[in-house]
Design a protein around this ligand. Structure first.
Ligand code: FES
Length: 106
């Protein structure tokens, strides 16, 4: 049995990083074979999404937190805690396609 292939294990809580460390910068970690980006949202609660930008696959955890959202280090697309793209620097927020979401299975 390969542990990383057992979906039931995604139901549990895992201590992966100290909350104090998230106050400094977003973090990356691998859990059950999945790379995850973790940061603090605007309310100070931990937020997690897949650590891969849906635009050009940059590592989101290398980006920065702006007003509680995670901004990609490559082109600046910005995602909220649900994995929804809330900002693309080149276009207005109201015309961001609904397909610009990150997998948020964490
Ligand atoms: S790769 Fe993330 S915004 Fe382009």
């Amino acid at each position: 049995m390969l542990v990383t292939k057992q979906p039931v294990l995604k139901r549990f809580w895992y201590p992966v990083v100290a909350l104090e460390d998230l106050k400094i910068a977003p973090r990356s970690f691998t859990l059950l074979g999945q790379k995850i980006a973790l940061w603090l949202d605007a309310t100070g609660k931990p937020a997690a999404v897949a650590d891969r930008c849906c635009h050009r696959s940059a590592q989101l955890s290398k980006g920065k937190v702006i007003e509680g959202n995670l901004s990609c280090p490559y082109h600046g697309w910005t995602f909220n805690a649900s994995g929804t793209c809330v900002k693309v620097p080149q276009i207005a927020a109201e015309i961001i396609p609904k397909t610009t979401e990150i997998a948020n299975e964490v």
